[in-house]
Design a protein around this ligand. Structure first.
Ligand code: NAD
Length: 350
């Protein structure tokens, strides 16, 4: 197949990791007979440096003409206190494309179990996918600080269509995984969460091949640590998904390992590692490219519907880790490969 992809390297280690993910995509294209073309554009600090705008209109035009966007990371220390900030570019592009579902897989690698804070036997078989609602709920509801600031409120507001569309994403994702969805809510207390549970239950009627369980957010937070391997897809509201996916991310051993996808209606998506621009290690060959390479695998799966190709990338990452190869962040002071050497090992596996 032919696909055109926008690459937004961004700042810090962003260019290092996206370069390697593109190399991996090229290896996939060569092996499976596809033709991928790439257009690079500016986002974040580098876009402010060159144009004064963290999300130049030209970047949006390029992305609009592509099948998917692969993003590195944004953020530069010199903009930390500025009013025009790199992160505004990231929020802007998510908003522009109406990306309402955020997908974050968390997998525990047995060979990295000693980097995670749980006992190794609890990490066996941990392979879950968070589907977090990204554009509604408490983070976007009406809020106000009243009087001289001694009273304040935020609003958790969800509509049935908002919950339906993200629930469909979760059920469809489960169909190409292990056919189970755990929907997280607080239906015993919150009205918006009763609407959430009711709506998810109704959407489930279209997916008889998928098992649905409801979990209260408090017990779910516990079970993520006591029986993490029991989860397949976790569907959660914006706030609960934010908190729980960060809790679960520690199971993977390093921030550099974690990919993500943000999806809207249709197949278009934005794919990026969970980590930031890591200015402390930029330009030293120390960046772990796995998060971005696994984001590229998600791009193959969700935007291009190339499931076999996505699995080939994931299997190559598994095999390289199992062979003992490490990047600096997961070497524990031992020998490590540079960002590009590690990516080359993955390409050799593919
Ligand atoms: P960070 O994720 O950039 O780094 C946290 C720590 O993890 C650092 O020690 C870093 O060296 C390490 N790390 C991160 N990614 C790594 C990788 N791939 N390989 C090896 N080690 C890795 O978070 P931070 O330091 O809090 O933020 C740095 C900048 O990134 C800030 O400007 C922040 O606003 C921005 N940021 C951007 C995003 C994004 O683009 N999505 C997300 C988080 C933070």
């Amino acid at each position: 197949m032919k696909a055109s992809l926008t690459v937004l390297p961004g700042d810090g280690i962003g260019p290092e990791v996206t370069t390697q993910a593109v190399n991996v995509l090229n290896a996939v294209a060569a092996k499976f007979g596809h033709e991928f073309s790439y257009e690079e554009a500016l986002l974040g600090g580098i876009a402010i440096d060159k144009t004064g705008n963290p999300l130049p209109p030209e970047t949006l035009r390029t992305a609009e003409q592509s099948d998917a966007v692969l993003l590195g990371a944004v953020g530069l220390p010199k903009y930390d206190a500025a009013t025009v900030r790199p992160e505004q570019g990231l929020l802007g592009i998510r908003k522009h494309f109406g990306l309402f579902a955020n997908l974050r897989p968390v997998k525990a690698y047995p060979v990295l179990a000693h980097y995670a804070p749980l006992r190794p036997e609890l990490l066996e078989g941990v392979d879950m996918l968070f589907v977090r609602e990204l554009t509604g709920g408490m983070y976007f509801g009406e809020r106000q600080e009243q009087g001289d600031g001694d009273t304040a409120y935020d609003t958790e507001l969800y509509s049935v269509p908002e919950v339906e569309r993200v629930a469909h994403v979760a059920f469809r994702a489960a169909q190409i995984r292990r056919n189970k969805v755990t929907s997280v809510d607080k239906a015993n207390v919150l009205a918006a969460m009763r609407l959430w549970r009711r709506t998810v239950t109704k959407v489930h009627e279209d997916y008889s091949d998928v098992e649905l369980e409801h979990a209260l957010v408090d017990s779910c937070a516990m079970h993520l640590l006591t029986r993490p391997s029991s989860f397949d897809v976790l569907l959660a509201s914006n706030m609960f998904g934010d908190i729980l996916s960060d809790e679960a991310s520690v199971l993977a051993g390093s921030l550099g390992m974690l990919p993500s996808a943000s999806l809207g209606e249709g197949r278009f998506g934005l794919y990026e590692p969970v980590h930031g621009s890591a200015p402390d290690i930029a330009g030293q060959g120390k960046a772990n490219p796995i998060g971005t390479i696994l984001s590229a695998a998600m791009l193959l799966r969700y935007s291009l519907a190339l499931e076999d190709e996505a699995r080939a990338v994931e299997a190559a990452v598994d095999a390289v880790l199992a062979s003992g190869a490490r990047t600096a962040d997961i070497a524990g002071g031992g020998q490590w490969l540079s960002t590009s050497e590690f990516a080359q090992a993955i390409i050799a596996q593919i």
